[in-house]
Design a protein around this ligand. Structure first.
Ligand code: CTP
Length: 421
């Protein structure tokens, strides 16, 4: 996504400027071509040489730097930029940007460029909450600038409040989203489910599965970077919410069903990559079960002190959507849906993958079904890579090579996009 993209990173004079070194380094590692511009005060915190060393390109400081070309250097940078990210953006530079002041290399590039502007404000709490800064940010947002909200926490001064620069992963997410804004999913709303559901036995224990959520999170991130509005409905996972994605955290299959019904009413695509439990305990105990069972727990212990957990069927979320489409009714409470929803399912199997997958594609009336053999150690639950087969409703099966989950996600979206036309 970032390979060979031209990104200009502007650095303002704030203590958080040292964190921008990591951002520039990560951008360079992903193959982006990064030009760094420092304001005069940024140089007081981090030397241009530091940025040049990690970007592998010169770092700019002087507005009248020779370009060796017909246009001035700030015009060259402004025209070549695909995105201008200012990290950190100080109150002073935000004020200049809001009012069109171009008195240094960075603000001149910002005024001259047509590229989207990503601003990551970071400053002392009371400067951030000052009405002047609030007004400047509102003006910039209105003009289309993408503001990455600062985090609330301990600031360099020791004060607690908003003003901390977010982690590099968040900044990378904001830059990727800005770059992909006109991608092949622009104007589309997509819903992705991820992770496994947890079905409570009592307030402490649950019936669960091994899904890590990585495949679903990769699908959501990829859709964001192609311009989609993304709703990610996830069971409990150990992953950070991708930047720019609306995350709905759910626990049980019933909660996931409600969230999917609500989110898909006006959506174009649903990808169910979640491992939804097919069964749930019939009557979860209100209090923690004790192994020396008591009658009031409603559990019949056998002579050896064991007991049988009675499970009942959960609804089939994808199956219900197909049935609703057949009957011409929406499952939601906002009436009949107008758009056709492209539905994509996953099938994690440990045997007979092809026949099970083909059966699910037909039974759930899916457009695509992604099958993977989770008995392989390099594929499926928890792995960073995945080896999948893609089954098409129109007929045919593709056997994709083992790839990182992010690349599998891209391959899946490549096959969904033509179905939207
Ligand atoms: N799925 C669903 N609702 C369920 C169970 C599964 O929507 N209650 C979805 C999954 O998210 C996946 C697809 O259906 O996209 C296939 O899930 P899988 O568990 O493999 O299929 P099942 O129909 O549950 O079949 P089985 O467990 O018998 O293999």
């Amino acid at each position: 996504m970032l390979l060979n993209r031209r990104i200009v990173v502007g650095i303002c004079g704030g203590i958080a400027s040292y964190k921008a070194v990591d951002l520039v380094s990560k951008l360079q590692q992903t193959g982006a071509l990064v030009d760094v511009i420092l304001t005069k005060h940024a140089e007081d915190f981090v030397r241009p040489l530091t940025f040049a060393a990690v970007s592998h390109r010169p770092a700019y400081t002087d507005l009248w730097e020779a370009s060796g070309q017909a246009a001035e250097m700030h015009i060259v940078l402004a025209e070549e930029a695909e995105v201008l990210a200012i990290v950190p953006a100080t109150a002073n530079t935000l004020a200049k940007l809001a009012h069109g002041i171009a008195d240094n290399m960075l603000t001149a590039v910002a005024l001259a460029t047509q590229a989207p502007l990503v601003l990551a404000p970071a400053m002392y709490r009371d400067m951030y909450t000052h009405p002047a800064t609030r007004a400047n940010l509102a003006l910039l947002r209105e003009r289309g600038a993408h503001i990455v909200e600062p985090e609330v926490g301990r600031l360099a001064s020791g004060a607690i409040g908003p003003g901390r620069l977010p982690e590099t992963a968040v900044l990378l997410g904001a830059i990727s989203q800005a770059l992909g804004r006109n991608g092949d999913l622009a104007g589309r709303k997509v819903v992705v489910t991820a992770g496994g559901t947890r079905e409570p036995i009592d307030p402490v224990r649950y019936v669960g599965n091994r899904s890590s959520g990585k495949m679903g999170f990769a699908l959501a991130t990829e859709a964001r970077d192609r311009g989609a509005q993304v709703v990610l409905i996830s069971g409990p996972v150990a992953l950070d919410a991708p930047y720019g994605v609306e995350l709905h955290a759910v626990e049980t299959a019933l909660e996931m069903r409600d969230a999917v019904r609500g989110a898909t009413l006006d959506a174009d695509v649903l990808i169910m990559s979640a491992a939804v439990a097919d069964f749930r305990p019939a009557a979860p105990a209100a209090h923690k079960l004790k192994k020396e069972g008591r009658a009031e727990q409603g559990i019949a212990f056998d002579a050896q002190g064991g007991f049988t957990l009675h499970l009942v069927r959960n609804p089939d979320i994808l199956g219900e959507l197909a049935a609703a489409e057949d009957s011409g009714k929406s499952l939601g409470d906002e009436g009949k849906r107008q758009k056709r929803l492209v539905r994509v399912g996953f099938a994690a199997e440990t045997s007979d993958l092809v026949s099970y997958a083909q059966g699910k594609l037909a039974a759930k009336r899916l457009d695509l079904l992604v099958g993977n053999d989770v008995s392989r150690s390099d594929s499926g639950f928890g792995a960073e890579t995945n080896k999948v087969l893609i089954f098409h409703a129109a007929g045919g099966m593709e056997d994709l090579p083992l790839m990182p989950k992010q690349d599998v996600a891209a391959a899946i979206w490549d096959r969904i996009v033509p179905l939207l036309r």
